[in-house]
Ligand binder design. Structure first.
Ligand code: AMP
Ligand code: MG
Length: 292
């Protein structure tokens, strides 16, 4: 680990920068994305375990630097936006990736169907209220993107209304980035076959029944419409200040590794040093030792 928190060892498992490999490509047809691929990772599940642990060590150090920065007047923060179809593994990312860092530095917000009160407001009001404070890693489990995906698939908003929301989103994210928040948007992409297996498991294992929602099957039947809606979102909202990454998610170990690497690189880019003390260290050492 160098003084500004950059590491080389944690990235050795990757054969190219993960951000380059996974950045959403213009015009991508999601139906053609191989959800079982492991782009850039030259290894198998067994190799992912030490790779994830190494990334976790780096991530934890970088997160503590960010927290210390926030505690000492710094204004930077990071926002990880997680999107994906049901069973894509958003919860697993929260547990296994964010679980590797100090929970006091993480601000997690899951977005569900808007309440009547929320519906009466502009769709970004509840999102703005959930933005991370300085020094924090904010995580959105679903996000403002549901406000363009769901109404589009359900036919609740006309084309002009959807375009207006997309424009609102890009302006909002540019403003968030300009205020010092690094925005990382991840689309976890699961194949129809793997999604079927995961939903089935929710029905066949009693301890997973609580995760199943009968509406998941209705949504699954609309997959082509969701693919088109997501493709439009990627085409219109993947900007340099708030890029989208498409992460193949059929192999949970790969998705966790990839998101860890994306988060790691976003934090490393901040090049945060440990804060300078506001007191004289030698004087304080002498004072302290005098009490021994
Ligand atoms: P889950 O993530 O499984 O807890 O499910 C949350 C549900 O809330 C999903 O069906 C989402 O599509 C839905 N949801 C979240 N945000 C919105 C939104 N802004 N508009 C409509 N539905 C939403
Ligand atoms: Mg669900």
């Amino acid at each position: 680990m160098t003084d500004d928190g950059t590491t080389t060892s944690t990235r050795s498992a990757w054969d190219a920068p993960v951000r380059t490999l996974l950045r959403a490509r213009p015009g991508v047809a999601l139906a053609d994305v191989d959800a079982s691929a492991t782009p850039g990772f030259d290894g198998r599940k067994a190799d992912a375990v030490p790779a994830l642990a190494a990334l976790g060590t780096g991530l934890s150090d970088l997160q503590e630097r960010l927290f210390a920065h926030g505690r000492t007047g710094g204004e930077r923060s990071v926002l990880l936006v997680l999107q994906g179809l049901d069973t894509a593994g958003k919860g697993g990312i929260v547990r296994h990736v964010l679980g590797m860092v100090d929970p006091q530095g993480v601000a997690l917000r899951a977005f569900g169907v808007p309440t009547p009160q929320e519906r009466a407001q502009h769709f970004l009001v509840r999102v703005r209220a959930a933005l991370p404070a300085p020094g924090r890693i904010g995580v959105f489990d679903r996000s403002h993107y549901e406000d363009v995906l769901v109404p589009r698939v359900e036919g609740d908003l006309d084309a002009a209304g959807l375009d207006a929301r997309l424009a609102d989103i890009t302006a909002f994210e540019a403003e968030v980035a300009a205020q010092g928040t690094t925005v990382v948007k991840v689309l976890l992409w699961v194949s129809p076959g793997e999604q079927h297996a995961r939903l089935r498991e929710r029905l066949t294992r009693p301890e997973k029944h609580w995760k199943y929602d009968p509406r998941d099957v209705d949504v699954r039947l609309r997959r082509p419409a969701y693919e088109a809606a997501y493709a439009d979102v990627l085409a219109h909202t993947s900007t340099d200040v708030a890029p989208w990454y498409v992460v193949p998610a059929d192999r949970k170990w790969y998705a966790r590794l990839a998101v860890s690497a994306l988060l790691h690189d976003a934090l490393a880019d901040l090049r945060l040093r440990w804060p300078e003390p506001t007191y004289d260290v030698a004087t304080e050492l002498a004072r302290l030792d005098a009490t021994a």
